[in-house]
Write a protein that binds this ligand. Structure first.
Ligand code: NAD
Length: 265
């Protein structure tokens, strides 16, 4: 039974993770950390009844008191690096859903984790459907070199483009390079800056932010008189929980830092 602590436990994702871990027979929920709600019962906070487990407001203290094997981290891009570093320095594995970590930060965390015998999974998207969407997009890329991504999220999302869109672009670009295919030249000149979106690894990404959405993405491939579109929709934050729970169960088997849930499937 792995002991799991949730960092960002009173956030939108954190509260779902608390419920998912509390409901799983192979994981033991040992605590939550967030900026507020110190001392409150974590079960009452997420609406599943009293669990007798207190909320903390200091990660290092919570690690010392609750002695988790794993921390699940869903906070924000401004604090995720320092939180994950703290966990790894305490020898605690980290399952990270917060987006926005740079490649340089990921390399640093890999080194810190290896030094302290702690593993990290950073997954821009924990939903199985989204992982499959990225896999299919990479498989299609050699046949349809002209491709753009539209990602759509709720308007409280902090960063743009989404981590999922960035990883999708990276995978498509790698597949295009491996197949030695080259996209058509983009001949459009913007009369309004930003009208054509932004590019990551030469793939155009458009970010939509509107109330009502959760997390959605379309990958649009253009061909000769035909188009092919793949779309994934997360309709509720519960869609990410099977992936988070799976990650907690497998993290001890994957040394160092892993980027993307697909490596655990
Ligand atoms: P949120 O704003 O609802 O929750 C974040 C929580 O973190 C808040 O309760 C906040 O108080 C807390 N927090 C801030 N600083 C903290 C600190 N230093 N220590 C502890 N807690 C702290 O955000 P959210 O919608 O739950 O999303 C969280 C992150 O997860 C975002 O980066 C989002 O993009 C990402 N996300 C990832 C996936 C995925 O599958 N990987 C899915 C959805 C969202």
């Amino acid at each position: 039974m792995s002991r799991v602590l949730i960092c960002g436990a009173s956030g939108r994702m954190g509260m779902e993770v608390v419920k998912a871990v509390a409901n799983d027979d192979e994981l033991t929920l040992v605590g939550g950390v967030d900026c507020s709600h110190k001392g409150e019962d974590i079960g009452e906070l997420v609406g599943i009844g009293t669990l007798g487990i207190p909320m903390h407001d200091n990660l290092a203290e919570a690690l010392k008191e609750q002695k988790p094997d794993i921390v699940v981290e869903f906070t924000n891009p401004a604090v995720v690096y320092s939180n994950v570093k703290t966990c790894l320095e305490h020898g605690v594995h980290c399952v990270v859903g917060t987006t926005g970590l740079t490649e340089e930060q990921r390399n640093d965390l890999d080194a810190i984790g290896r030094k302290h015998g702690a593993n990290v999974l950073i997954a821009p998207n924990f939903s199985l459907g989204a992982v499959m969407m990225m896999k299919v997009a990479a498989e299609l890329a050699p046949y349809f070199p002209d491709v753009e991504i539209i990602e759509l999220h709720h308007n409280k999302k902090y960063d743009a483009p989404s981590g999922t869109a960035i990883l999708t672009a990276k995978l498509i670009h790698e597949a295009q390079e491996a197949a030695k295919v080259v996209p058509s030249e983009d001949l459009t000149r913007e009369s309004l800056p930003g009208a054509r979106g932004a590019k990551f690894d030469d793939i155009t990404i458009h970010s939509v932010r509107l109330p009502g959405y959760v997390a959605h993405q379309e990958v649009l491939f253009g061909g000769h008189s035909e188009t092919l579109t793949i779309r994934h929709d997360s309709l509720h934050r519960e869609s990410f929980m099977p992936g988070v729970v799976l990650a907690c169960k497998k993290i001890s088997e994957h040394e160092g830092l892993t980027y993307g849930l697909e490596h655990y499937l």
